[in-house]
Ligand binder design. Structure first.
Ligand SMILES: *[C@@H]1O[C@H](CO)[C@@H](O)[C@H](O)[C@H]1NC(C)=O
Ligand SMILES: *[C@@H]1O[C@H](CO)[C@@H](O)[C@H](O)[C@H]1NC(C)=O
Ligand SMILES: *[C@@H]1O[C@H](CO)[C@@H](O)[C@H](O)[C@H]1NC(C)=O
Ligand SMILES: *[C@@H]1O[C@H](CO)[C@@H](O)[C@H](O)[C@H]1NC(C)=O
Ligand SMILES: *[C@@H]1O[C@H](CO)[C@@H](O)[C@H](O)[C@H]1NC(C)=O
Ligand SMILES: *[C@@H]1O[C@H](CO)[C@@H](O)[C@H](O)[C@H]1NC(C)=O
Ligand SMILES: *[C@@H]1O[C@H](CO)[C@@H](O)[C@H](O)[C@H]1NC(C)=O
Length: 627
């Protein structure tokens, strides 16, 4: 028994060794450059995923005759460093695929290098829509561009009825890329962008605080934050310090922060309380749980000094990207990779002489055509980017977060993914900043800022407008019907309009003025608006727009009244028509006659006598016969 087991094990080991030996012997190597910011969380995460993916892929596909050889380089969060690494990889290592770079700004140059040398550049983190695969055919996005999530954000803005939104973004290609798309979709849901706040990547705490104070003085309280992880961490801590994480504010984070929410410092998470965020949605599966466990262990080994991180979507995309490339390599069977050097003598500094990869077009085609089920879902790069249409919306609460709904291109917002389209969009209730459950109105009365100048003057009819000056404060006060109408209208506006009354008077006593002149002041831009019992006259309409009249004009026509009341004595006949009267009389007589005849025939003594008496009796019967 024991021996048998040992032999079995031995056989297995030998088999394994043979297999490894043969595959190594015959394997054709495909050199792949991986450029990541290895100091960043995403970089570290991706590195672990990439090495796990290599192991897993070749454990599953032992007989593949191709093998990827990874050259992992650190771009040190620097565009120039990333570029020089890419050139080095292309020139000295003849890499045929570049995975990465991590940042959109780095990708701009590297994707052009790839385009030139026919080396596919596959980034699973560069989301800026300014990188277009249309002009750069060798650039493949193993993620989705940022313009996809703007519709989700706009749906939320619409659902919560906000009319103004201020985007806050970092001053990089990544930050700027989304803005034109965001502004466009917000316009479609009737939301204005009164201001855009740009935060430089190098901003200090003081600069951020200053910018926040500026935002605080404005009336809009809905913000969309689109920044990378590090800047956002600092930003939200400052936002909380200045009191912008209180009741009345609404914060929406794009996926840049939300995808990494589990990696945030607890103190940052605390200052994020009440914010809502958009992130890519990956359904939970058993496979994923198993992988996450292995990944966690490996991450600890790779980064022994780092606190444990939670695997997120970038880790999954990194893993799936390696699989996509390895599949493609196997399919193309990169037997003899050659790099064609241009005729000119090589000068290592000149990019003119960059060699082109003979396998490039075939590899690119294989990567684009290969569809498989990866850890993050279906991997289909045929559009040169992933086809993701589901976003999850989360609300940061306490030390964690919870789902408040999903957004899909077909169903827009819904509480659950599965529900078919509902008439009204419902999201789970959100706990807003300041632990409030009230949906923020989206505006507040600004602390400073220009006020609407409302011209007023005392009317000849003080019931309409009466202007008084407060002797102590010197402020102008106005009362009256027209003033009430104006104030009620302002209250109903969906945003705050601060205003102040300004007295229009050329006389010292502030009495009634020439209304023509009064209206003309609006044209002169002395006032933004004038209110009063102003008649809409033809020549005044050249200088100002009038509201719809809210009182009658007072113009009337005087005409002699013809007395229509009928003073006729026969007015009492009116209630019934003549036919009715006639019928009634006929029945009256008929009843009397019938009763009289019956009494007569019955030999009643009382009904006999002269005609007038008989007539009297007949009438008596007609009236009292019933009772
Ligand atoms: C693996 O290959 C090497 C030579 O390439 C050979 O010497 C060695 O014996 C092989 N190992 C096995 C287990 O076959
Ligand atoms: C590897 O082996 C499997 C069967 O075990 C086969 O279906 C597949 O085609 C093989 N692949 C290659 C590249 O030889
Ligand atoms: C990319 O390469 C193609 C030819 O392969 C060329 O037509 C196109 O202009 C290049 N794009 C850029 C941005 O250089
Ligand atoms: C961004 O993604 C959307 C679909 O999500 C697509 O329609 C658009 O063309 C993409 N833009 C770029 C520049 O790739
Ligand atoms: C690889 O090169 C050999 C000669 O070196 C040639 O016979 C073979 O056809 C080449 N294979 C491919 C796929 O180009
Ligand atoms: C979602 O819908 C599918 C069928 O469309 C069903 O099989 C599945 O159980 C549903 N999932 C949930 C969580 O309701
Ligand atoms: C409108 O016409 C009246 C006379 O009909 C004139 O007195 C007045 O100045 C005009 N108003 C303006 C604003 O021109």
């Amino acid at each position: 028994m024991e021996l048998q087991n040992v032999i079995m094990l031995l056989l297995l080991t030998i088999n394994l060794a043979v297999a490894q030996n043969t595959s190594r012997e015959e394997a054709q190597e495909l050199h792949v450059g991986v450029i990541l910011d290895l100091g960043s969380i995403v970089g570290k995460m991706a590195r672990t995923s990439v090495s796990l993916a290599m192991e897993d892929f070749y454990a599953v596909h032992r007989n593949y005759s191709t093998k990827l050889v990874l050259h992992i380089r650190d771009s040190m969060s620097d565009d120039v460093q990333a570029a020089s690494q890419a050139i080095d990889l292309l020139e000295n290592y003849n890499v045929e695929v570049i995975i990465g770079p991590q940042k959109s700004s780095q990708a701009i140059f590297i994707s052009k290098l790839g385009n030139k040398s026919h080396v596919p550049v596959i980034s699973f983190t560069a989301t800026s829509p300014s990188l277009s695969s249309k002009t750069l055919p060798y650039f493949v996005r193993a993620t989705i561009n940022d313009s996809a999530q703007v519709n989700c954000i706009a749906s939320m803005v619409k659902t919560y009825g906000w009319r103004e939104v201020v985007p806050i973004y970092e001053d990089t290609d990544y930050g700027r890329g989304i803005i034109p798309y965001l502004v466009d979709v917000l316009q479609e849901v009737d939301a204005r962008v009164p201001y855009q706040s740009v935060i430089p990547l190098s901003a200090t705490s003081e600069q951020i605080t200053l910018e926040l104070y500026k935002l605080m003085t404005m009336q809009t309280t809905v913000f969309v934050v689109h920044m990378s992880f590090t800047l956002a961490s600092l930003f939200f801590i400052k936002a909380r310090e200045v009191g912008m994480m209180n009741k009345g504010y609404a914060w929406i984070m794009t996926d840049g922060v939300t995808n990494l929410i589990d990696s945030l410092n607890p103190s940052v998470l605390e200052s994020l309380n009440g914010a809502i965020g958009v992130e890519f949605y990956v359904p939970k599966t058993k496979e994923l749980d198993d992988f996450a466990m292995r990944w966690n262990m490996r991450f600890q080994i790779d980064n022994p000094t780092d606190p444990p991180l939670k695997l997120n979507i970038f880790g999954l995309w990194g893993y799936d990207t390696i699989w996509a490339v390895a599949h493609a390599a196997a399919k193309v069977g990169i037997a003899n990779a050659t790099f064609q050097k241009p005729g000119a003598t090589r000068n290592s500094i000149s990019l003119e002489t960059l060699e082109t990869s003979s396998n490039g077009p075939k590899l690119l085609q294989a990567i684009l055509q290969n569809k498989f089920r990866g850890l993050s879902g279906n991997i289909d790069l045929s559009n040169r980017q992933l086809q993701i249409s589901t976003f999850r919306i989360i609300n940061v609460v306490g030390k964690g977060w919870r789902d408040i709904g999903f957004w899909t291109a077909q169903n827009e917002l819904s509480q659950h993914l599965n529900k078919t389209r509902q008439a009204t969009t419902h999201l789970n209730p959100v706990i807003w900043p300041g632990e409030s459950i009230e949906i923020p109105r989206g505006f507040k009365i600004p602390v400073s800022g220009k006020k609407l100048q409302v011209g007023v003057c005392t009317s000849g009819y003080p019931e309409f407008v009466k202007v008084e000056k407060d002797h102590i404060t010197g402020a102008t006060k106005a009362i009256g019907f027209s003033v009430d109408v104006f104030e009620e209208a302002v209250k109903r506006l969906p945003y705050a309009v601060p205003y102040e009354y300004v007295l229009f008077s050329t006389k010292d006593d502030g009495s009634a003025e020439d209304y023509n002149d009064f209206v003309y002041q609006v044209y002169l831009e002395k006032y933004d608006i004038v209110i009063g019992d102003i008649t809409i006259r033809y020549n005044r309409t050249f200088y100002a727009d009038f509201t719809l009249p809210y009182t009658e004009s007072g113009i009337a026509m005087v005409v002699p009244v013809r007395d229509s009341i009928n003073k006729n004595t026969w007015i009492f006949l009116k209630p019934l028509e003549p036919g009715m009267w006639f019928g009634s009389i006929v029945f009256f007589i008929y009843t009397g006659v019938v009763v009289l005849i019956l009494e007569f025939l019955g030999n009643n003594e009382n009904v006999r006598g002269p005609i007038p008496r008989q007539l009297g009796i007949m009438i008596f019967f007609s009236i009292f016969e019933e009772s």
